[in-house]
Design a protein around this ligand. Structure first.
Ligand SMILES: [Zn+2]
Length: 193
């Protein structure tokens, strides 16, 4: 009986220790994300902040290693889209799922979703994939989540108050994505022709 009690208590201590480690990791992740957010925001005056590597292999290698979380988080949407019969096609160095009737896009590192025939949004989403190879595991907290929240917040504001004063690209991560994507795709198209 005594021993059982001891083991149980020991397990509790162990669990508490594990929880503390987990909390420490989460706090560290949030801290680094906030610092990165501030740094990138300050650096954004120099355009474009995120430049595509000249080697295609480097881009893919960084996407599946440092930027792995972003790529893997797109697995479920990619499978769903394939089941729905939407096939991705190459766009720049990425794969694009074009969806008719939507007015937004989202990037998952190696592929992205965009409205059908919208080159501006496609270039922008390609820009987010370039951000991903720099920000890696911090990309979801530094760019993806703020971007999604801001998009829906703006939609809500527009519905309530009418036209918005600030432009979509008035925030560093959208502005930098516009610039990185446009610079890369223009160069890419020039090389193709
Ligand atoms: Zn964006």
């Amino acid at each position: 009986m005594m021993n059982d009690h001891h083991t149980c208590y020991g397990n509790f201590i162990e669990l508490k220790g594990k929880l503390m480690v987990l909390l420490f990791i989460i706090a560290g992740y949030i801290f680094v994300s906030v610092v990165l957010y501030g740094l990138m925001k300050a650096k954004c005056k120099k355009d474009p902040v995120f430049i595509m590597p000249t080697e295609k292999r480097i881009f893919y290698l960084l996407s599946v290693t440092w930027g792995f979380f972003t790529v893997i988080s797109g697995a479920v949407p990619a499978i769903i889209l394939r089941i729905l019969g939407i096939k991705p096609a190459k766009y720049g160095w990425l794969w694009r799922f074009e969806i008719p009737g939507i007015e937004w896009g989202t990037s998952f590192g190696l592929f992205f979703i965009a409205p059908k025939g919208n080159d501006q949004i496609s270039m922008h989403e390609h820009g987010h994939a370039i951000q991903n190879i720099y920000l890696g595991p911090f990309y979801p907290a530094v760019v993806w989540l703020p971007s999604v929240i801001r998009f829906w917040y703006r939609k809500l504001l527009k519905k309530r108050n009418g036209p918005l004063r600030k432009k979509y690209s008035d925030i560093w991560f959208e502005k930098s994505s516009d610039e990185s994507g446009k610079t890369f795709i223009e160069k890419f198209k020039k090389e193709q022709s």
